[in-house]
Write a protein that binds this ligand. Structure first.
Ligand code: MN
Length: 426
């Protein structure tokens, strides 16, 4: 077992029972302390752990680290050191913070590397080198297919044979807390053959997704096999793939998503290592018909992670509109990576692969407003009495996610974004 995962471990740092950051998590992110360059950090309870400062203090000696990889505005160089290093860092942190080891607990030590989260800025944790978005939830694909093609043809003939995906845009992926401006774009003509409408999107939506970050690069021509794919996955984060449904509906034929998607996507601030998520492994849904040999996957490759989405209107309280779970995914991450590389496509440390909207089997588990309101035909009512079919200006959308076992909760930090009104000038 990985030392840092030991459920009996307790820290001398106070961690509340419902915290997503107990000593068993120790995720990785980038923090900015006032007046200092950005640096690699971890988190425990309500504190961030300054890994650069720990290294300066000589508390990370013997690990394959240096100033350049720790005083850095992204995790890419750190992740590139490999799992042997990132695993050893988590283990070292769990030793330093162990309640049995009180040596670093004094004010003079702890104040040098622990900072309240409220006193720092969390930056985008990775420089996203390339971004792929999959479409791997069978419940989501069935819902959308049913809406647009009817229940008979809900899934396209390819869907159960390969993890459908598209190449997205990395430039507009932002960290939690960054506002998103309602986009302008073309919308479907009111009548067939007519001119398209143009203006601010009227059908703004969120997509509840998880993303994994690649931790090991390949050369062009290489393939990653399903059974070795985990070696290439560094960790996971929450991901909101904001979608303008009206722009999407008009533009997507025949090449797929484009401007209805690439105006912004929100990533949670912490990347939780695959190591820390080990306790939440579960077997995924049975795949029928059997998939081709290069996609065949054995063992527990899905993860039991509770996911939820809340909407907070301007000045109002957050209201949960969806409760789903990452375990529902029909195609797992290893299959996605094997498929992505089966043609020899090379992958790079810092690549981000998003799951696609994660819907569950019941309407309260649908992962987008498109499904929750069933294309706008079933509006929901918020506590302030207002109705929502899609996302309104001033709404803040909050994604949360965590695994919980033996009373230990391991989460990602919220992925939050507020929708600002479109610019006045068209
Ligand atoms: Mn998506």
């Amino acid at each position: 077992m990985i030392r840092a995962n030991d459920p009996s471990l307790k820290s001398w740092v106070t961690v509340s029972a419902d915290s997503e950051f107990p000593i068993q998590n120790l995720p990785f992110g980038i923090v900015q302390l006032p007046g200092k360059p950005p640096r690699v950090a971890s988190a425990i309870g309500d504190f961030v752990i300054d890994l650069y400062r720990l290294w300066e203090l000589g508390l990370l000696t013997g690990l394959d680290l240096n100033r350049e990889c720790l005083e850095n505005r992204c995790l890419n160089d750190f992740i590139n050191r490999g799992k042997s290093t990132t695993r050893a860092v988590r283990d070292r942190l769990s030793e330093l913070l162990d309640a049995e080891v009180t040596r670093w607990n004094s004010r003079e030590w702890r104040d040098q590397f622990l900072h309240p989260k409220t006193e720092v800025d969390l930056l985008l944790p990775v420089k996203v080198t390339d971004y792929t978005d999959f479409y791997s939830s069978i419940e989501h694909a069935t819902n959308v297919g049913t809406m647009f093609r009817g229940p008979e043809n809900a899934l396209m003939p390819n869907w159960r044979h390969l993890p459908v995906g598209y190449h997205g845009r990395a430039s507009s992926i932002v960290v939690s807390g960054t506002p998103i401006r309602r986009p302008y774009g073309q919308q479907k003509p009111a009548e067939p053959g007519g001119s398209p409408a143009y203006g601010p999107s009227r059908l703004m939506d969120f997509e509840l997704e998880m993303a994994f970050i690649v931790g090991r690069s390949t050369q062009m021509g290489d393939r990653v096999r399903v059974d070795e794919a985990e070696d290439y996955i560094f960790g996971l984060a929450l991901f909101n793939d904001w979608s303008a449904r009206d722009i999407q509906a008009w533009e997507y034929v025949p090449l797929g998503p484009f401007l209805g998607k690439n105006f912004g996507s929100t990533l949670s601030p912490w990347i939780v290592s695959l190591d820390a998520l080990e306790p939440f492994r579960v077997v995924g849904p049975e795949q029928d018909p059997a998939v081709l040999p290069y996609l065949q996957s054995n063992g527990a490759k899905n993860y039991d992670l509770h996911l939820e989405v809340a909407i907070a209107p301007e000045g109002g309280e957050a209201f949960t509109v969806c409760r789903s779970n990452f375990k529902y995914m029909y195609w797992n991450m290893c299959q996605q990576l094997a498929h992505q590389t089966v043609n020899g496509c090379n992958i790079t440390v810092g690549d981000l692969y998003a799951s696609g909207t994660i819907s569950g089997p019941t309407p309260d588990a649908y992962g987008s407003m498109l499904e929750i309101s069933w294309r706008g035909s079933r509006p929901i009512r918020l506590p302030d009495g207002s109705e929502r079919k899609f996302i309104a200006d001033g709404d803040t959308v909050i994604l949360r996610g965590y695994g919980e076992r033996d009373g230990i909760r391991i989460g990602f930090g919220d992925a939050v974004g507020k929708i600002l009104p479109a610019h006045e000038q068209g």
